[in-house]
Write a protein that binds this ligand. Structure first.
Ligand code: ADP
Ligand code: NA
Length: 330
């Protein structure tokens, strides 16, 4: 039987992915290339909803792509591409925008969160229609599954509604995607503020571990991670969120179950434990950083890899759009 097709995207909105992106997304993508017909894209069209500087966008798009390959995505086993290299994303988005009700779009809660930092009415219409572009990303490839976190469930529902509406109005065209049940990835939290998630928009750079960081700063950040006044290395989300986060990180990176880690560090205090967490992070990140740097230094090789992805994705997208154009009456 054919493998289910999966589509997932990541925004090029930082100079490096962080540990949360790695454990919560990219590492799963690497696993899924073995079980799925996987399409992964660096969603630079989404990134312009917040109007980045052009040179910065271009740089970050390449860094993001290089990191994906460096993390183990293999063009022989999956399709990695840059969204803007496949023009059909924008074209399908327009068709879907015309199928979306104003009220329906207005119910997307993420817009309310994301636009809050802008003045009244100052967020772009692109930020408002972002979930519809996301629907186009998914439907273009007839994805069977989409890995979704809690904050994306509503967008996938919209995607399914739009697919259904299009199929009803114009004839059967799109596959209705299902949410992929991602292996339970608990949120990695900020090292300085262990009750909120590690995020590129964290208030302090000391709270996030970047994939492209050098061993020295990585070690320092882990050693200075906020823990608590006790000394026991035990998981206790309520009273010891900092230690619990470090246990989760150590467990995810080494494959050792948390109870085994608790037993190993019993009676040893935080020092030895943190040193080991730092080493696990450094051991994971260093080869990824080195491969990323190598790929970024070799422009032609990165272009070549991205051209393979654009070609493969483009072929699927063009076939879908040909059908869509015909059905819509173009
Ligand atoms: P950020 O929160 O830094 O802006 P994004 O929202 O761009 O990151 O997330 C990209 C991907 O990484 C998503 O799939 C998201 O679920 C995952 N991710 C981001 N932060 C974390 C985290 N702290 N823990 C686990 N997964 C995360
Ligand atoms: Na985010």
């Amino acid at each position: 039987m054919a493998r289910p097709r999966v589509l997932s995207g990541i925004q090029p909105t930082a100079d490096s992915f962080h540990l949360g992106n790695y454990l919560g997304a990219v590492r799963q993508w690497v696993a899924m290339q073995e079980t799925h017909d996987a399409f992964y894209c660096v969603v630079d069209l989404h990134a312009i909803t917040v109007q980045p500087d052009p040179a910065e966008l271009r740089r970050r798009t390449r860094i993001a792509a290089a990191q994906l390959f460096a993390c183990g995505l293999d063009p022989e086993r999956c399709t990695v591409f840059v969204q803007s290299h496949v023009r059909e994303h924008s074209e399908l988005a327009w068709v879907l925008i015309c199928l979306t009700g104003m009220g329906e779009a207005g119910r997307m809660t993420q817009f309310k969160d994301k636009s809050a930092k802008y003045g009244e009415g100052a967020a772009s219409v692109g930020l408002f229609t972002y979930p519809i572009l996301q629907a186009a990303d998914i439907l273009l490839y007839h994805a069977d599954e989409v890995p979704v976190g809690a904050d994306q469930k509503q967008h996938l529902e919209l995607t399914r509604d739009l697919a259904q509406r299009f199929n009803h109005r114009y004839g059967d065209t799109f596959t209705l995607p299902k949410p992929a049940i991602p292996k339970e990835v608990e949120k990695i939290t900020d090292l300085q503020d262990p009750t909120s998630k590690m995020s590129k928009s964290s208030s302090s750079p000391q709270g996030i571990l970047d994939l492209l960081e050098q061993p020295g700063p990585l070690r320092k950040k882990v050693m200075r991670a906020v823990t608590d006044t006790g000394s026991e290395v035990v998981a206790d989300e309520e009273n010891k969120p900092g230690v619990t986060n470090l246990l989760r990180i150590q467990s995810a990176l080494t494959g050792t179950p948390i109870p085994e880690l608790e037993a190993r560090y019993a009676g040893q205090g935080y020092g030895t434990f943190k040193k080991d967490v730092a080493e696990a992070v450094i051991e994971t990140f260093t080869p990824i950083r080195e491969r990323t740097e190598k790929l970024l230094a070799d422009e032609h090789e990165l272009d070549r890899l991205l051209a393979i992805g654009a070609e493969r994705a483009g072929a699927v997208a063009r076939a879908t759009m040909e059908k869509v154009r015909d059905r819509v009456g173009f």
